[in-house]
Design a protein around this ligand. Structure first.
Ligand code: GLN
Length: 204
């Protein structure tokens, strides 16, 4: 069966994720295609979805306005695998406060029982790259690109911690819901996209 993997194309790193998915699909040799999605109708036919990095307040408000948030919440509750990257992980969370300004009252999906600290490592000029590992995902070394990245400040009891950097949690998983603070689409290494495609294959 052919799989359709969407990248939520509201705002942010959309094209880079399509390219990483295409490379990962060809490396794995699976029958799948990567598509940009915007509308509730496009989302309803997906087997898996990436919510890319960008600006979570913008992604949240635009997705609320066109009805996407509601459909997404239903699909994820029904088991559709989702990978949230940076702002995308913020979208998946239950609560997200900014490190400096505190409460943001932004629309969130609340499908991952975690509390997030936005901009946890500082602002744009404090962006950095660092080697991290995600042993539970079978990835021993990965170049993490952190851009105005959040960290996970609190995890619910059934949430697995996939990676930490400097004592801060930077990748988590619960069932088919995965979140990373860093940007896997900004490196040539597609192991995280492959890991996600394997989750989608198993779920379908
Ligand atoms: N700081 C952004 C936010 O809070 C996320 C940054 C990113 O996705 N690179 O939405």
């Amino acid at each position: 069966m052919s799989l359709t993997i969407g990248v939520l194309a509201v705002q942010g790193d959309v094209h880079e994720n399509i390219l990483s998915l295409e490379t990962a699909i060809s490396n794995l040799g699976i029958d799948a295609e990567a598509v940009e999605v915007k509308t509730p109708e496009e989302i309803s036919s997906l087997d898996g979805l990436i919510i890319p990095g960008g600006e979570s307040t913008t992604i949240g408000h635009l997705s609320l306005a066109n009805g996407t948030l509601k459909v997404l919440k239903e699909k994820i509750a029904n088991g559709m695998p989702v990978l949230g990257i940076c702002a995308g992980m913020i979208m998946l969370s239950k609560t997200a406060d900014d490190r400096v300004v505190g409460k943001t009252n932004q629309p969130l999906l609340d499908v991952l029982d975690v509390k997030l600290e936005r901009n946890s490592f500082g602002r744009q000029r404090e962006s950095f790259e660092a080697d991290i590992s995600l042993d539970l995902a079978g990835i021993s070394k990965f170049n993490g690109v952190f851009i105005r990245a959040p960290s996970v400040s609190d995890v619910g009891s059934d949430v697995e911690i996939l990676s930490k950097f400097n004592e801060k949690v930077v990748a988590v998983k619960r069932g088919n819901v995965v979140g990373t603070s860093f940007h896997p689409e900004l490196t040539q290494d597609v192991s995280i996209h492959k890991y996600f495609l394997n989750l989608v294959s198993r779920a379908s």
